[in-house]
Design a binder for this molecule. Structure first.
Ligand SMILES: Nc1ncnc2c1ncn2[C@@H]1O[C@H](COP(=O)(O)OP(=O)(O)OP(=O)(O)O)[C@@H](O)[C@H]1O
Ligand SMILES: [Mg+2]
Length: 320
C-alpha cells in the first residue's frame, strides 16, 4: 500500500528526514512513533502531498505520491495535528462542507455525513457549533471529516494528543472500527501503550531516521528474548539452580524465596526445553513465565538518550 524510499528533507541546514525507509501493507495499522521533533509530522505531510521532500520516493497504492495527482487525493484521508477554528459552522455543516469538496452534495451528503457522525459517536451533536465541542469531540469530528471520500489510507497525526484517558479510549474505539473496515492506517504518537493493541506494525523514528521497524509481534519476540524468565518452584530449588548454572543460554540468576529470575537468551523452543529439563529432574515448577515487554519499552530502548525530550514539550499531553 505504502512504500517510502530514501526520503530526505531539510529545513534550511537542519536535516529533518535522513534517508527514511519504510513500507506499510494493505490493511495494516502502522504505529509511527518518535519523540518530539523526530520527523513524524514532516513525513506525514509529505505523504499527504502538502510539502515536497528534497529527495526520495513515495508510492501509495501504486501511485507516485510526490506527483500529487487527483487519484492520490481520493486514496488518502489526512488528519493533521492541529484543529483550525471554525466560527459559526455547525457540526453537520462542517461535514457537508468537506463532502462538497469531494463533489458529494444534497441528500447524499446529508446521509453520508450523519453516518460518519454516528461512526465517531457525534450523531447527537450535529446541530452544535463546532467551537462548542470539547477537544476530544473536535478530534473525533476531524477524524470523521477525513473519511468523507472513503479513503483507503488514513494518515493520522497524533489523533489523540492532548486528550484525557476517556477521550483517548473513545478515539481508540473508533480506530478499531476503522481497522475492522480494512482501512490501512498510519498513526503517529509519542506513547505506545494504547497503540500496542491497535497496531500491527510499528516504526520508531528519531532525528529523522527510522531506528526500528517491523511487525509488532516480531519486535516483541525480539525484545522479549532479552527479558528475564521468572520461575516459581515449590520444591527442588537447588536442583533447579544447578541445572540453570549449566545452561549456556542462562546469563544470570537471582533468587528470592521460591522465585528464580533468570536472564535467558533463548527462543520460545529453548524455554520449553529448559522447562522440560527442570520437570524431568523433579523440580516442582508452578510457574515459568518470560516477562513480556511492551511497545513502550521498545521506544525507550531505542531512543534511550532522548528521554529528556518528553518532558520538554509542556503543552502536549504526555500520552499519545
Ligand atoms: N517549517 C519548518 N521549518 C523549520 N523547521 C521545521 C519546520 N517544520 C518542522 N521543522 C523541524 O523539523 C523537525 C521535525 O519536526 P516534525 O514536526 O516533523 O516532528 P514530529 O516528530 O512531528 O514532532 P512532534 O512529536 O513534536 O509532533 C523538528 O526539529 C522541527 O523543529
Ligand atoms: Mg508532529
Amino acid at each position: 500500500m505504502v512504500e517510502v524510499k530514501s526520503l530526505c528533507k531539510k529545513y534550511g541546514d537542519f536535516v529533518a528526514l535522513d534517508n527514511l525507509d519504510f513500507s506499510i501493507e494493505d490493511g495494516e495499522v502502522f504505529g509511527f512513533v518518535g519523540p518530539n521533533g523526530a520527523g513524524k509530522t514532516t513525513t506525514m505531510r509529505i505523504m499527504a502531498g502538502l510539502i515536497q521532500p528534497d529527495s526520495g520516493r513515495i508510492t501509495i497504492a501504486g501511485t507516485d505520491a510526490l506527483k500529487n495527482d487527483r487519484r492520490l487525493k481520493s486514496l488518502i484521508g489526512y488528519m493533521p495535528d492541529f484543529f483550525g477554528v471554525y466560527d459559526n459552522l455547525k457540526v453537520i455543516e462542517y461535514m457537508e462542507f468537506y463532502a462538497s469538496i469531494y463533489g458529494i452534495t444534497g441528500s447524499k451528503a446529508d446521509k453520508l455525513c450523519r453516518k460518519l457522525l454516528e461512526l465517531v459517536d457525534l450523531e447527537d451533536k450535529s446541530e452544535f457549533f463546532v467551537d462548542e465541542l470539547s477537544r476530544g469531540m473536535k478530534q473525533r469530528l476531524c477524524l470523521a471529516r477525513c473519511l468523507v471520500h472513503d479513503p483507503q489510507l488514513l494518515i493520522l497525526d497524533e489523533p489523540a494528543s492532548g486528550l484525557d484517558p476517556r477521550a483517548r479510549l473513545e478515539i481508540q474505539k473508533i480506530l478499531k472500527r476503522l481497522k475492522e473496515r480494512k482501512k490501512t492506517i498510519i498513526i503517529s504518537s509519542h506513547i505506545l501503550q494504547e497503540l500496542s493493541e491497535l497496531c500491527t506494525s510499528v516504526g520508531v523514528i528519531d532525528r529523522g531516521k527510522m531506528l526500528v521497524k517491523g511487525k509488532v509481534d516480531d519486535i516483541m519476540l525480539h525484545l522479549n528474548a532479552s527479558n528475564p524468565v521468572q520461575i516459581h518452584v515449590t520444591a527442588g530449588k537447588q536442583t533447579a539452580v544447578n541445572i540453570l548454572k549449566n545452561e549456556d543460554k542462562v546469563k544470570n540468576i537471582s533468587i528470592s524465596d521460591n522465585d528464580i529470575t533468570v536472564g535467558f537468551l533463548g527462543t520460545p523452543e529453548d524455554e520449553a526445553d529448559l522447562l522440560k529439563k527442570l520437570i524431568t529432574n523433579n523440580v516442582k515448577v508452578t510457574s515459568f513465565v518470560r516477562q513480556s515487554g511492551n511497545l513502550e519499552e521498545i521506544f525507550m530502548k531505542v531512543t534511550e538518550k532522548r528521554e529528556v525530550l518528553f518532558s520538554e514539550n509542556k503543552d502536549k499531553s504526555s500520552l499519545w
